[in-house]
Design a protein around this ligand. Structure first.
Ligand SMILES: CC(C)(COP(=O)(O)OP(=O)(O)OC[C@H]1O[C@@H](n2cnc3c(N)ncnc32)[C@H](O)[C@@H]1OP(=O)(O)O)[C@@H](O)C(=O)NCCC(=O)NCCS
Length: 476
């Protein structure tokens, strides 16, 4: 799930990415293709207008990602050629929008499954030889793809440089429980300064699952953990990884957001060798590690989703699972015991006119609609969600964040939580009535509506004395 970007601009960015992109998964079956028709001058006024609108809407996305550092983990599931081509196109697009990209290549999925089958971490000499051959081949393939600049492809006009080298210093794992792990290693140091210089020059940096020791040895590293270590060392904004299979799912489908604790629990739920999804487990463990190390957000996307990276980065709904630090650990239903703290939060905002006044009696009667974000054992933020399954719509109201906790994503987290509640109840639309926060909602996928969009009992509240605006969001 995405966290920073307003909706719809994906279409324009994807249109840029897929302009003439024959065979690009990212473009297939999306409106992007229509956008690219418009670029080519189809003469179709409607598609020209649509393209212009989406292109304008792309501006906030482009701004949001410029100068940000993304570490992308490419597991064995992504090394199939068609998927790799899509990744290179998307990375090239992101890079040309000013994002700083580090790719971490994990080729050893076969070794992963051998390891997970027997719980061992031993890498012997033939295995190391096989890994070095695979890494070499994958690197050459990537360098080839990044060098391609056919004018009628998404790489047209791009001058992409892929920088790789001895950026990772490794040491052997050594003897664990009496077993010599031989060529299995762990990261000792990452040359973040050298990597940053390459990123400053506009290069895409490639790290592989091989690290080099001071004594002249080569060691195999867990690439998922390497991606987490690199993300922390580089102070990255996001760690993103592709996994095979269905991704992170529950009975309702793909899980949109997880806390660090949940990611860690899920990563460790099966003993080594017993998990059916070793690759996903490893990456979830890496995500938890990265977020605990200070990376604000980690994302799991599915290898099978051709446009997954763009979907995750350029749509608010996102395409995969977001793992993030902080607020989600502290979200809970309100109880009557919370009333004094809630009133302390709400009253000043009611006086300023930002919120509609609610009496204590009203708060008591509707207490079970409130969700609270708690930080350092005190109330940081609240929101109320009123579900009307019979009307197929819900209202989010009374979103309030204490001043010292603003701009940290608390309101975003509350909104995501409320959206999840709606989806779980089969509700497809969410509305809000707002006076001073209209743009906050617009930037999160709401559009301006009118009283007629609301259930009849709420219509009189639109406009009204507060002259509130109606905002509606269709939940995907
Ligand atoms: C609006 C409010 C809920 C946002 O809470 P928050 O936790 O700071 O929000 P997030 O961290 O998720 O988002 C922060 C972003 O929203 C923007 N934002 C904050 N208030 C905004 C407003 N009134 N209009 C538009 N954008 C706003 C911030 O500038 C920031 O943008 P940036 O990331 O580009 O810098 C909070 O400012 C608040 O409590 N305001 C007073 C109560 C209120 O008006 N509630 C809405 C009732 S419907």
């Amino acid at each position: 799930m995405n966290d920073t970007l307003p909706p719809a601009a994906l279409q324009s960015v994807a249109a840029l990415a897929s302009d003439g992109a024959e065979g690009s998964d990212a473009a297939e079956g999306s409106d992007a293709a229509e956008g690219s028709d418009a670029v080519e001058g189809s003469g179709d006024v409607r598609s020209d207008v649509r393209f212009a609108r989406s292109f304008r809407e792309a501006a906030p996305f482009i701004r949001a990602h410029r100068g940000r550092t993304f570490v992308l983990w490419l597991s064995g599931a992504m090394l199939e050629d068609a998927k790799l081509v899509t990744v290179v196109h998307d990375v090239s697009l992101l890079s040309s929008l000013g994002a700083r990209i580090v790719l971490v290549l994990g080729t050893a999925s076969q070794l992963d499954s051998e390891h997970s089958a027997n719980g061992s971490q031993v890498v012997d000499e033939p295995q190391l030889r096989r890994i070095t051959e695979n890494v070499g081949a994958a690197r050459i393939r990537l360098e080839t793809l990044f060098s391609t600049g056919m004018p009628n492809s998404p790489m047209g006009g791009a001058r992409m440089r892929l920088a790789s080298g001895n950026f990772v210093v490794a040491r052997p794992l050594g003897v664990i429980d009496g077993v010599d792990c031989r060529f299995s290693g762990t990261v000792r140091r990452i040359d973040a300064h050298a990597i940053s210089s390459r990123l400053d020059d506009g290069d895409v940096v490639l790290l592989t699952e091989l690290g080099y020791s001071r004594t002249g040895g080569v060691f195999f590293l867990d690439s998922a953990m390497l991606s987490a270590t690199a993300a922390v060392a580089l102070d990255a904004d996001k760690l993103i990884g592709w996994v095979g299979g269905a991704g992170v799912t529950n009975e309702r489908g793909v899980v949109a957001e997880m806390s660090i604790d949940d990611a860690r629990r899920r990563a460790n739920r099966m003993p080594p060798g017993k998990s059916a999804t070793p690759e996903l487990d490893r990456f979830l463990g890496a995500c938890a590690e990265a977020c605990e190390g200070g990376v604000r957000r980690a994302h799991v996307i599915r290898a099978a989703d051709g446009g997954g990276l763009l979907g995750e980065l350029f749509t608010r709904a996102g395409a995969g699972t977001l793992i993030r630090a902080g607020v989600f650990e502290g979200l809970r239903q309100a109880t009557l015991d919370d009333l004094p703290d809630m009133m302390a939060l709400l009253r000043p905002l009611e006086r300023d006119g930002a919120l509609r006044p609610r009496s204590q009696a009203e708060l008591e009667q509707t207490i079970d609609r409130f969700v609270l974000a708690v930080q350092n054992q005190s109330l940081a933020a609240c929101a109320a969600v009123h579900l009307s399954p019979e009307d197929g719509i819900a209202e989010i109201a009374c979103v309030a964040v204490r001043a010292e906790y603003r701009d940290l994503g608390f309101a975003d987290a509350l909104l995501s939580y409320c959206e999840e509640q709606c989806r779980a109840s089969g509700i497809a639309r969410l509305f809000a009535l707002s006076t001073q926060t209209v743009h906050w909602f617009l930037e999160r996928g709401f559009v301006l509506g009118s009283a007629s969009d609301l259930p009849s009992r709420d219509r009189s509240r639109a406009g009204g004395a507060r002259r509130s605006k109606v905002l509606i969001k269709a939940l995907g």
